[in-house]
Design a protein around this ligand. Sequence first.
Ligand SMILES: [Zn+2]
Ligand SMILES: [Zn+2]
Length: 433
Amino acid sequence: MSHPVFSWKQGAFLADFHVHSHYSRATSPDMHPDVLNRVARQKGLSVIGTGDFTHPGYLKELKETLEPEGTGLYVCRDDPEGTKFILSSEISNIFTQGGKNRRIHTVFLAPDLEVVEEIQRRLAAIGNITSDGRPIFGFPVKELVRIIMDVSPDCFVIPAHIWTPWFSLFGAKSGFDSLEECFEEQSEHIFALETGLSSDPQMNWRLSALDRYTLVSNSDAHSPSRLGREANCLSCRPTYEAIVSAIKDPAKGFEGTIEFFPQEGKYYCDGHRACGVCMHPRETIEHGGRCPVCGRGLTVGVLHRIEELADRPEGFVPKTARPCVHLIPLEEIIAEALGVRSITGKVKKEYLRLIQIGGPEMGILLWKSEEELRQFVPDRILEGIRRMRKGKVHISPGHDGVYGKVSLFSREENLPGYGSRGRQEDAVQLDLF
Ligand SMILES: [Zn+2]
Ligand SMILES: [Zn+2]
């Protein structure tokens, strides 16, 4: 039996649009197109974003490494049968609107390198595009949408990780209460919203105002191993135009999404990282929004913020809903099954062995039957995959920038000397939003 939620169509493929290059702050030095191509193949992603197309140094690198396929997508010159790249970039706007400070991140897709060059020309005239792969501008995000859509109406806009407190459309710290309030007359260009790691479609279904947007999921990877930890399943032709059409109108081939367990995200619950305080929104309200340790205001997480804006009860499923599955990266399942706390050499070795025999990774996590898996997957890892597919996981939720922790095995089942499974040590450092 494959994953119970999904029977994805024949010919469907996975795409991850939000990725960063080594030019973005706090990213791995390995974030080059050739490495991304190789890792995406291991994972089973057919299409990935280039990330950082606003950066002139990276654009040069993309031109050297990639060649056009004639479909609006690009492939590595050295591996034309490999992963297809879609030109993408994330941009940060920090500005004042409606008397408040706002910080909004937005992902853009572009149809070809000429359009990207023109976007760079226009943005370079009004800000700094060389200091960071994810540039920061001091004008309203609606202005940015106007500029980019003016360069080419074929560009596509996706507000990024819309619930994270610090840098997003609906963020508790510096966001808005509605999309129209933020984008005003540019709202007509918005067809999709990125749910981010700390929220899943189920949480977003509680806002009727979001029904008309396609909920997309991307990894926002800052290092190669994070690629595809969230992704989109499409069944359209793999061309720029068909992909954008399918996101605009899911009936044209947007099948659903792959999700993190949202509790694992760094801003799921409310809390204070330094005080070791993590609270459910109910408890936060009981405490008057104050931290019981230091007395200052708690960082309000995604769950709380959704609760504030929701007009539907938990569990509501709108007609427009697309299926989604919650996955745990295979390396993390292996680590817990082997009883180690992080992704060690032993884990990586087993990961490579498994994907060499039965890869790509997404096939192992999602599609292969238990009988097929039993041929090459050790019992304890197989049990981990089985539990993940059934959603039988234990999660201590993330809060105030600390990742949540998911466990597949109970304390009694764990091997001696093993506590709850932790994220990779580099997680906090490498995955700043
Ligand atoms: Zn505190
Ligand atoms: Zn971001």
